[in-house]
Design a protein around this ligand. Structure first.
Ligand code: URA
Length: 290
């Protein structure tokens, strides 16, 4: 084991065992992200066992980090989804959409949200709708609003590196946000806005039928799990999202790339989550080969 300048042991592993065919670019992204996450030597494939005592608090979220060696727990959630305070706005037309194209068109036609008036584009999704893995962020930012695609700005670039570090890219994941239009000035979505969009993201998930969901950041995690617990407590363990229609989907909250850009010392926690994700996806593949 090697000790880094924070006197903590770090490990590194390459290439991911579930994807031995990584391209040189993916391998470089993997190495880069692992080094940013604190890895400094090729040792073994076990995660560090010591908990950081200096973990930074997410300003917008709970300040207590989950211990790094916290056992994996499954928490039933999603069943507790709060009904939209405006069910008349989204209830019927959302459920009437029977495929993704219909849902996207219905959302484009929806005039019940003021965010649409200030946004340039609706940001529906990117990636592969056939994917087993669906990522859900908070809301489009300025770059996404301009281009009409989620995670295409600097956060998106970091997200791409995080995905590449476990052998995924935009052809092998499906990405969306809770909100489909950018809140002006990138302000945090209000509870009314997230409640309004909840039936839409729930239907979106029902139609994609992913085998696993990753919530990027506290806003997405808290909205979908219907909890006020902070992301630093929610991350690091598997939960379940009950999408209805008999779909109970493994759900992993992790840190938002924008937060990681502000607090790079937390990348080690994201790397821990990514490893959990990689292992779960490899298990899923093994038990349900295409
Ligand atoms: N942050 C998000 O949560 N979503 C995006 O699409 C971009 C930045």
């Amino acid at each position: 084991m090697a000790e880094n300048r924070h006197n903590r042991t770090e490990t590194i592993i390459m290439p991911p065992e579930n994807n031995p065919d990584m391209t040189p670019q993916q391998l470089l992204a993997l190495l880069r992200f692992q080094m940013e996450a604190g890895a400094d030597e090729a040792i073994d494939d076990e995660p560090p066992v010591s908990a950081p005592t200096h973990a930074l608090a997410d300003a917008a979220d709970a300040p207590v980090p989950a211990p790094m060696n916290e056992p994996v727990q499954t928490v039933q959630a999603g069943a507790a989804i709060t009904p939209s305070p405006h069910p008349q706005h989204t209830g019927n037309w959302v459920d009437a959409a029977t495929d993704l194209a219909a849902l996207e068109q219905a959302c484009a036609d929806f005039d019940g949200c003021d965010l649409k008036k200030t946004a340039t584009n609706m940001v529906f999704s990117d990636g592969n709708p056939q994917s087993d893995l669906m990522l859900v962020g908070e809301a489009p930012g300025a770059d996404e609003d301009r281009k009409g695609k989620p995670f295409v700005g600097v956060s998106g670039q970091l997200l791409d590196r995080m995905l590449a570090s476990i052998g995924f890219d935009r052809t092998s994941v499906y990405i969306t946000n809770i909100l489909l239009w950018r809140p002006p000035g990138n302000r945090t979505p209000t509870p009314e806005e997230t409640a309004l969009f909840l039936p839409i993201i729930k239907r979106h998930i029902q139609l994609v039928k992913p085998k696993a969901i990753v919530a990027l950041g506290g806003s997405a995690a808290k909205t979908l799990l219907a909890t006020n617990e902070g992301i630093l407590k929610l991350r690091g363990r598997w939960h379940e999202f009950d999408a209805g229609q008999g779909q109970v989907i493994p759900f992993l909250p992790t840190l938002h790339p924008a937060y990681l850009l502000r607090s790079p010392g937390q990348k080690q926690l994201a790397w821990q989550d990514l490893r959990m994700l990689r292992n779960r996806m490899a298990d899923l593949k093994q038990h349900n080969p295409a």
